[in-house]
Design a protein around this ligand. Structure first.
Ligand code: BJW
Ligand code: ZN
Length: 256
């Protein structure tokens, strides 16, 4: 177990994190909404975490969609529109850099639906909660790419006419099985696990952190503040768009 680092001692924690990474044969990373905050996208919880007074737990459920699909689509159409001008930030690019260094021994797992890791150039992204670029038909179940397209508040399927929904995972829904399985395998196999910009309150994604810790991986958290799971981790506290590039730089410097 790594000693707990003072939240303020970023230099010391960076040295420790770089050391953990350098030693790792396999690396996995889990990202959340915080990694895209510096691209101008709102996070779910905390200050900007409400939409017109509604918590995400109220809008992002199949029950909410059944009750009021127009309202739920309005929420998603606003976010889809916001994506058109959003660009990857230095945090996304640092994760592309890690993938280049570790190749197939690096796995990027994201809870985000914004597609910014792919836009940055990450080759293999495991999307645990789906993607906003796609829609799924509630009738024939066909999944189609509709990125960058303005959709009406009650969009319908070209093939069968049924109502479309965003291809995302709502509360009470199962995560895509094959994506989840590959994510678990990557976490089980990694020696170093980066947890970036997530409050780690949503399961089963947050369970990956316990899994990595229980299996003895070096777990590094990058966040503005310690998340719920922070005990015993190496904590790099600051904006990921600044902290991750510093971590990469530190990797290139000789070990202390
Ligand atoms: C920065 C920063 C900067 C800011 N730099 N950092 C076990 C235990 C307890 C509960 C459950 C459990 N198993 C299942 C549950 C129920 C439920 C759940 O977890 N509920 C909890 C809230 C209690 N889970 C589910 O329902 C899941 N399904 C499931 O388990 O299926 C089995 C089942 C079937 C049938 C019945 C019951 C169970 C599905 C979860 C799906 C989550 N979906 C959402 C919406 C996706 C679509 C969309 O985008 O609209 O996913 S909810 C929302 O939360 C979204 C996110 O991916 C997810 C996580 O949020 P994230 O990314 O952590 O964001 P924030 O805002 O919370 O945090 C941002 C962080 O960034 C903060 O820490 C900031 O400090 C930090 N930050 N700026 C670095 N610049
Ligand atoms: Zn259809």
């Amino acid at each position: 177990m790594h000693p707990v680092i003072d939240v303020g001692d970023l230099d010391g924690a960076l040295a420790q994190a770089a050391d953990g990474l350098r030693r790792a044969k396999r690396v996995a990373a889990l990202t959340g909404a915080g990694v895209s905050a510096e691209s101008g996208l709102a996070t779910f919880r905390g200050g900007g975490g409400l939409w017109e007074g509604r918590a995400v737990e109220v809008v992002a459920t199949p029950e909410a969609f059944q009750r009021n699909p127009g309202l739920v689509w309005r929420f998603y159409n606003l976010r889809r529109a916001g994506l058109r001008s959003a660009r990857p930030n230095a945090g996304h690019l640092a994760l592309v850099d890690l993938e280049k260094r570790w190749g197939e021994r690096f796995t990027l797992i994201t809870q985000n639906v914004d597609g910014l890791h792919q836009a940055a150039g990450s080759g293999r992204v495991l999307e645990l909660h789906g993607g906003l670029a796609r829609v799924r038909c509630t009738g024939c179940k066909a999944v189609t790419q509709r990125a960058g397209e303005a959709l009406p508040d009650l969009p319908s399927c070209d093939a069968c006419g049924a109502l479309l929904r965003p291809d995302v995972v709502w509360f009470h829904e199962m995560l895509p099985e094959s994506v989840w399985r590959v994510a678990c395998e990557a976490v089980e196999a990694c020696d170093c696990f980066l947890v970036i910009g997530t409050s780690a309150v949503v399961y089963p994604a947050a369970g990956l952190i316990d899994m990595a810790r229980a299996l003895g991986a070096c777990v590094i958290e990058v966040n503005l503040e310690p998340a719920a799971i922070a005990a015993g981790l190496i904590g790099l506290y600051g904006p990921s768009g600044q902290v991750l590039p510093r971590l990469i730089k530190r990797l290139d410097e000789s070990a202390t």
